[in-house]
Design a binder for this molecule. Structure first.
Ligand code: SF4
Length: 447
């Protein structure tokens, strides 16, 4: 049940499917579509008992949102059973898949996780050493991956060479565990120990979390969007509490993008800490002017645009007593497509706001993400081909202001060389075909 509760705690990271795999004389698993409590009915998972296990909630970026792609992916091999749960995206998945197809392998799913598990199975069959096989497969993959893995009764956690997606280890009353966010250990009455380092492989043993040297670390490029939007505010990622970062972003936003207004209203939930920071620094009172229906899922991570638009209307209701006749500073974490924010601006206007000034806790998103966030093509972004003023007009806002890249980096408190800012700058930590790599030297510097 502990894994099930952990998935409930991490539900914000994916709502399309959920699954658990446990080891007890072989690996047994259960997967289903929807939220963790819909996909895995508590009365059914009570029978899924084991000495160890892994779980997953899925948010699709590669592969369709279907049962075939639900995780953990489980495979039986001559060596034993393997189960794998993957957060991130393998940039060279097509190349690896094609190479394997040429060797006669067939694939049952469209996701990249099946490629990883098959590579692992192949390597384990030849080396007989799971830890060595994991290291070998890590050296073949390019992109982002935070993975938990069971090879029969051995459990591993591994993070890509830049640590793009989060992963940490801690202890609960059941023993050592790994999770995407530290909040799992707080909520389950456990203890957070540390983040998994970039390129690190950790084996979780009954009395120890043993680090296995891979020599694959290449630096740091933690995803800035985790602090801006994805992670829970009460999680601590790579030494930075998300709540503190969001508040600092809001404070910086107030300095960079001031406005004369009567009340700061957050877009709940992820805009809340940014809005508090804005109110603190600007001296404009903070008020919860939009009430959220807690039973509607996060709109950004619903797979289809129509779901997202309907989601906004179901999710938010304006409080006229706070909004009517006032000049509102509406604060949110980010604008991707702009459709959600446009609807929210209209909701606030319809509730009688005199002016609506939109302030955003990340710089404009202008370039695709190749590392696990569903922002795939430039033409979907509100900022593509538009000035900030033009985006403001599209939103029907009286004014629009974003925090700067420098402001965001300072608020996170890690250097820009330790962050992935790819979707803001168009320069990526990992080589992606047709895109610029960060710190890439200009041609004339090779003279
Ligand atoms: S491109 Fe953007 S969303 Fe993707 S990993 Fe980098 S910072 Fe995060």
């Amino acid at each position: 049940m502990e894994i099930f509760y952990a998935l409930r705690v991490l539900q914000h990271r994916g709502q399309e499917s959920a699954g658990i795999a446990v080891y007890s004389n072989g690996i047994k698993s259960m997967r289903g579509m929807g939220l963790a409590h819909q996909a895995l009915r508590p009365d059914e998972i009570r029978d899924l008992k084991g000495e160890m296990g892994i779980g997953h909630v899925r948010y699709s970026t590669v592969g369709s949102s279907s049962m075939d792609n639900a995780q953990p992916v489980v495979m039986s091999t001559n060596y034993g059973d393997i189960a794998l749960a993957h957060n991130g995206e393998i940039v060279n998945a097509d190349q690896l898949r094609n190479e394997l197809k040429k060797k006669g392998w067939a694939f049952a799913t469209t996701g990249d996780s099946e490629i990883i598990i098959r590579l692992l199975a192949n390597d384990i069959a030849s080396t007989g050493d799971p830890a060595r096989a994991v290291r070998n497969v890590m050296s073949l993959m390019s992109g982002s991956y935070s993975i938990t893995l069971m090879v029969d009764n051995r459990v591993f956690a591994l993070r890509d060479p830049y640590g793009i997606r989060p992963l940490c280890i801690g202890r609960t009353k059941e023993g050592y565990a790994a999770a995407s966010e530290s909040v799992v250990f707080d909520t389950l009455g456990g203890e957070f120990i540390r983040d998994v380092e970039p390129g690190e492989l950790v084996e979780l043993l009954p009395g120890e979390a043993r680090s296995v040297k891979t020599g694959l670390a290449k630096g740091r490029a933690h995803c800035m969007f985790e602090w801006v939007y994805i992670a829970r505010a009460d999680s601590c990622l790579d030494g930075r509490l998300v709540y503190d970062v969001r508040r600092r972003i809001g404070q910086r936003l107030a300095v960079e993008q001031p406005v004369d207004a009567d009340v700061v209203v957050p877009v709940p939930d992820s805009g809340r800490s940014h809005a508090m920071g804005y109110a603190e620094k600007s001296g404009i009172p903070y008020s919860e002017g939009l009430m959220k229906n807690r039973y509607v899922e996060r709109t950004f991570i619903m797979p289809e645009q129509t779901d997202r638009s309907t989601g906004v209307m179901l999710k938010l209701n304006p409080l006229k007593s706070i909004i009517k006749g006032r000049r509102i500073v509406l604060v949110d974490d980010s604008i991707v497509r702009g459709t959600t924010m446009r609807k929210i601006v209209q909701l606030v206007r319809n509730a009688g706001a005199r002016e609506v000034h939109v302030r955003i806790g990340s710089p404009p998103i202008r370039a695709p993400c190749y590392f696990g966030i569903d922002m795939k093509t430039r033409d979907q972004f509100a900022a593509t081909g538009r000035t900030v003023e033009e985006i403001g007009k599209m939103l029907t806002a009286d004014s629009l202001g974003y925090v700067s890249v420098e402001g965001l980096v300072e608020a996170i408190g890690l250097g820009s060389s330790d962050l992935c800012l790819g979707c803001l700058t168009g320069e990526y930590p990992v080589a992606v075909e047709g895109e610029k790599t960060r710190f890439q030297k200009k041609l004339d510097s090779f003279a």
